[in-house]
Design a protein around this ligand. Structure first.
Ligand code: ZN
Length: 122
């Protein structure tokens, strides 16, 4: 294989550390479970519609970040596993090599850009 997996392995490990920190920070800021926070939101009433809207927006963004962070984390772990198995850089869907530029941007990518676009269209 023409890809320098060791370089990507280091990039993935660094990225994993960053993502784990981001998740830890999110948990610190929002110690409650998702269910508790949803109940809390239901109680906010309509006394201050603007405040409620702002709070809701903030929470949605935090959840999105949290969701993306754990998603990225599992993709990073999967990519590290592919490096161990020697299948790193191979599209999981069509089996072609993933473009190196794509791996530079997303070292955890498991699909080539064509398959990724096809998946997003679904
Ligand atoms: Zn593909």
């Amino acid at each position: 294989m023409s890809i320098d997996t060791e370089r990507f392995r280091i990039a993935l490990l660094e990225e994993r550390e960053r993502v784990e920190k981001a998740i830890a920070n999110l948990r610190e800021e929002h110690p409650g479970s998702l269910d508790e926070e949803v109940d809390e939101l239901a109680y906010t009433g309509d006394d201050h519609p603007a405040d409620t809207a702002t709070a809701t927006l903030g929470r949605e963004i935090d959840y999105t970040l949290g969701g993306n962070a754990s998603e990225v984390l599992s993709q990073i772990n999967a990519a590290l596993r592919r490096i161990e198995e020697g299948t790193y850089g191979i599209c999981a869907s069509c089996g072609r090599e993933i473009a190196p530029e794509r791996l530079e941007a997303y070292p955890w990518a498991s699909l080539c850009i064509d398959c990724k676009r096809a998946a997003e269209r679904r």
